[in-house]
Design a protein around this ligand. Structure first.
Ligand SMILES: Cc1ncc(COP(=O)(O)O)c(C=O)c1O
Length: 318
């Protein structure tokens, strides 16, 4: 990957002149069956630009209560897109169309906030890397079409979802009006996410990216890392999923419920477990006072996963 970055042809991306970025954008757009894509610095920015391109100021987005856009983007969608959010809850973070339909208010008169979009997250980060079943997503798409609202897909780990479920990436792309995807998670690129959608939405996202000060110049060195990740690091995601199941088993979580590379474990004192694990070289994060999240990725080998499983299993018994 570093060699590919060093060899990258570059140009000024603010003028659309970086050939490596253009190649990445064209490849990713085609992968998801969309017209265009925009390379940007983070998944959070890609989500913000995606949502912003879909919904007018003063409307609402429906999402699951643990969605990254609701919990972990620090209010960006309120601050920069001017939207509110209402949430449904699902233990696996799934987009249950019945729960969504109960919240939908696309046009109830000038008294209630108008629902403009439904957002689904695939895989679902805080709910343990769960995969949204494609049939359920199709039902969400049909509901959106019936009620005239748009669909945003937070596909930060969409390649994990596809490898785990066997669902083609294009099928996931088809359910979304605009989506955000990340190369910097399990795929192992140092930086980089893309907004993917119709050409007019991507044109609008490009304007807002610059407006927010996130236009970049010779970022082809980063796009080259992304192209390398897509060429060499997709199929191996299955190894991360196996490693996650190994960790789950050691931590007393049913591995059958672990679909991809994230394991959420309940424990008595999450900050204490994080500190104890760190002191033994195992980096995990607390999602709450009694919940810890483990993530496997390109840089965690099977041997390291086995060692981490031993460490965590022992610490959890203390
Ligand atoms: C589901 C999901 N969406 C978006 C993001 C944001 O990505 P970034 O950290 O690159 O802003 C994350 C980050 O973990 C995520 O898990």
């Amino acid at each position: 990957m570093r060699a590919a970055m060093a060899d990258a042809d570059v140009g000024d991306d603010v003028y659309g002149e970086d050939p490596t970025i253009r190649a990445l954008e064209e490849q990713v757009a085609a992968t998801f069956g969309h017209e265009a894509a925009l390379f940007c610095v983070s998944g959070s920015l890609a989500n913000l630009l995606a949502v912003r391109s879909l919904v007018p100021v003063g409307t609402e987005v429906l999402c699951e209560a643990q969605a990254h856009i609701a919990r972990a983007e620090l209010g960006a969608h309120a601050a920069w897109a001017g939207v509110t959010m209402r949430t449904w809850s699902d233990p696996r973070g799934l987009g249950d169309p019945k729960a969504i339909e109960e919240l939908l208010a696309p046009d109830l008169g000038p008294f209630l906030v108008r629902t403009a979009a439904i957002s689904v997250e695939n895989t679902h980060n805080f709910c343990g890397g769960s995969v949204q079943p494609i049939e359920m997503l199709r039902d969400v798409r049909a509901l959106a079409d019936r009620t005239g609202v748009r669909v945003h897909l937070d596909g930060a780990r969409i390649w994990n979802a596809s490898v785990a479920s066997g669902t083609p990436l294009e099928d996931y792309g088809r359910i979304a009006d605009v989506m955000a995807v990340c190369l910097s998670k399990g795929l192992g690129a140092p930086v980089g996410s893309l907004v993917v959608g119709p050409a007019d939405a991507i044109d609008e996202a490009r304007v807002w990216r610059k407006r927010l000060g996130a236009g970049w110049r010779q970022a082809g060195v980063l796009a080259a890392a992304g192209l390398h990740a897509l060429a060499y690091h997709v199929d191996r995601l299955a190894e991360d999923h196996d490693n996650a199941r190994l960790l789950a088993e050691a931590c007393g979580v049913d591995p059958a419920g672990v679909e991809t590379n994230i394991v959420v474990i309940p424990c008595a004192d999450a900050p204490a477990l994080v500190t104890a694990a760190r002191s033994e070289g195992v980096l995990v994060s607390a999602l709450g006072p009694q919940v810890v999240r483990l993530v496997t990725h390109l840089d965690v080998t099977r041997t390291q996963a086995e060692s981490a499983a031993e460490t965590l299993g022992r610490l959890l018994l203390r």
